[in-house]
Design a protein around this ligand. Structure first.
Ligand SMILES: Nc1ncnc2c1ncn2[C@@H]1O[C@H](COP(=O)(O)OP(=O)(O)OP(=O)(O)O)[C@@H](O)[C@H]1O
Length: 234
């Protein structure tokens, strides 16, 4: 199994008047078809780690390979190209563009990648939304949908360019329990049925317990400095 992410001694220090260490000495590998939770107390560096792994931020020290490519010497344009094709993001808040329909929001990353024809993009956006139970909402704008529906549109948008890796920062953090469960089930199905790797920051320890692996952060460091392995079911 090849690794989608390999990080060695990843450290990120903010050079403020007083330096702030966001994450420190993180070494980890995440393979294909893994469902990984990032847990830890508030302020322990979970979001900071996810941003580094997603090439939204650069480490101060250490090396990071994403999909087999060393990222350190990359230009912003190269990093953006990898993000677009290899990584889908889901955040706590949906960040859909309010003036566009669900389908258009899902088409936007496809337009940026520009690999499909316009009709094929439209078709694929519709298929993705239907597969997430949103067939009746293709032409609705975000303000015409519920919170749970909007977050499912955000998941469809993350899948737009068929990336192998989905990074999610508290994807159920602003949802009620029923919608949280629905979004969790969708993320799980992305791994089990579509072969994606999902790495999700969560405060919800019950959810984390249902994932394959937990990366627990304390003060910016991995607990024990080793990923906690648990046997996979089956
Ligand atoms: N731009 C910044 N300037 C100063 N401190 C920062 C900045 N960004 C993050 N921090 C601090 O770095 C630490 C890690 O933040 P981070 O958001 O990664 O933690 P987290 O585990 O995701 O927290 P939460 O669970 O509350 O979202 C925190 O103590 C935070 O206050």
């Amino acid at each position: 199994m090849s690794n989608l992410i390999e990080a060695r001694n990843l450290t990120r220090i903010l050079r403020e008047t007083v330096p702030v260490t966001l994450v420190k000495n993180i070494t980890l590998a995440i393979g294909e078809r893994e469902f990984v939770a990032v847990t830890g107390p508030s302020g322990s560096g979970k979001s900071s780690l996810l941003y580094l792994l997603g090439l939204l931020d650069r480490p101060t020290e250490g090396t990071l390979f994403v999909a087999g490519r060393e990222t350190e010497g990359m230009s912003e344009a190269e990093r953006a190209a990898i993000r677009l094709s290899t990584i889908g993001f889901v955040f706590q808040f949906h960040f859909l563009l309010p003036e566009f329909t669900a389908r258009e929001n899902v088409e936007i990353p496809m337009r940026r990648l520009a690999k499909l024809s316009r009709p094929a993009m439209r078709e694929r956006a519709g298929e993705l939304l239907r597969s997430l139970g949103l067939g009746d909402h293709l032409d609705k704008r975000p303000d015409q949908m519920s919170g749970g529906q909007r977050q499912r549109v955000a998941v469809a948008r993350a899948l737009a360019n068929d990336p192998p890796l989905i990074l999610a920062d508290e994807p159920t953090g602003s949802l009620d329990s029923r919608n949280s469960e629905q979004v969790f089930t969708i993320l799980e199905a992305l791994v089990r049925e579509r072969g994606k790797t999902v790495v999700a920051v969560t405060h919800d320890l019950d959810m984390a317990a249902r994932m394959d692996r937990r990366l627990h952060l304390i003060d910016g460091m991995l607990d024990g400095n080793l990923p906690t392995e648990t046997p996979k079911p089956g």
